[in-house]
Design a protein around this ligand. Structure first.
Ligand code: GLU
Length: 303
């Protein structure tokens, strides 16, 4: 690799890192949601859900503990200077807390990587999880899902100077990075076995590897990749069409059907009263994709 290319890659990486880290007091992450534009969610003070052990525990302590991502622009991103989280998933978490009777500003957010979500819910480390979490039958054996509240699709992120990769069929012999335990990782492994798969705990680690020429592509949901491309638009681009459906659900402990149904009801109400759209417009909508219609809620029977 020539010196110029190395320098370019390092500068891009630096741009990405400083975009994430320059949150000096009061300033949101680059191009992130403006705090004063975020909706306020009415707290349902009289709410009670005695049939849910998760809710009872949270009500006793006075706040929810919610699992999220911290490195996904527009979705779930932590401001390292202030320790606060922002993004569409964070807003969903807040409106759910308000609907379940607890003030959203008291939520304790915990960063949980893709591979650790099921265990975190099973161990009671978190009350619910909102972080680009695809609902599927395998996962339903381990956890419960309210929603979906958004429909994403698997896509590909490459460097701007990449001309050979347009879709998953072009990945043969290419180094492709995704997060351990994620559905995009599993899909490449099963359906595109000629790709050389590399995995890390987070997609931001994959993006660092892409910028420094360690991998040729990063694959995960389009909603996530658009955020990384927006941070360094001169270096990265999303290519091709989405090649899967990734319905995002709110993860709950399996068997806590009361909590799951209450969250389904809360989502339906927030979609109807306009809060869902306001939250989208103030966060993920900043990526330039107008608000879609939220997908139909899949209120599957008690399990
Ligand atoms: N939605 C996919 C999944 O749940 C990819 C994003 C993620 O890893 O959070 O696996």
């Amino acid at each position: 690799m020539c010196a110029r290319r190395v320098l370019r890659a390092l500068l891009a990486l630096l741009a990405l890192l400083s975009a994430a880290a320059c949150g000096k007091e009061g300033s949101p992450p680059t191009k992130g949601p403006a705090v004063d534009k975020l909706p306020h969610y009415q707290v349902d003070r009289g709410f009670s859900l005695p049939d849910s052990p998760t809710w009872r525990r949270a009500a006793k302590r006075g706040y929810f503990v919610v699992g999220v991502k911290e490195d996904q622009p527009y979705l779930g991103e932590k401001d390292p200077a202030r320790g606060t989280y922002a993004g569409f998933d964070i807003e969903i978490a807040k409106m759910m807390s308000a609907s379940l009777g607890l003030p959203p500003d008291r939520i304790r957010f915990r960063t949980i990587a893709s591979a650790n979500r099921e265990t975190a819910l099973q161990n009671g480390q978190i009350d619910y999880y909102v972080g680009t979490y695809t609902i599927n039958d395998n996962r339903k054996k381990l956890v419960g899902f309210a929603g979906p509240y958004y429909m994403a699709g698997q896509s590909l992120l490459v460097r701007k100077d990449e001309n050979d990769i347009h879709g998953p069929e072009d990945l043969a012999g290419k180094r492709v990075c995704s997060a351990t335990g994620s559905t995009p990782y599993q899909r490449i492994k099963a359906d595109y076995p000629k790709a050389v798969l590399v995995s890390y705990d987070t997609y931001s680690a994959c993006v660092d590897n892409l910028l420094t020429y360690q991998v040729d592509a990063v694959t995960t949901d389009d909603a996530i990749l658009i955020g990384y491309a927006a941070k360094v638009p001169d270096e990265l681009k999303v290519v091709g069409r989405p090649f899967s459906e990734e319905p995002y659900g709110i993860g709950v402990p399996r068997g806590d059907n009361a909590l799951r149904f209450a969250l389904d009801d809360a989502l339906a109400a927030r979609e109807k009263d306009g809060d869902w759209k306001k939250a989208y417009d103030a966060t993920l909508g900043l990526s330039g994709v107008p608000a879609p219609r939220p997908p139909a809620i899949d209120r599957y029977p008690a399990s």
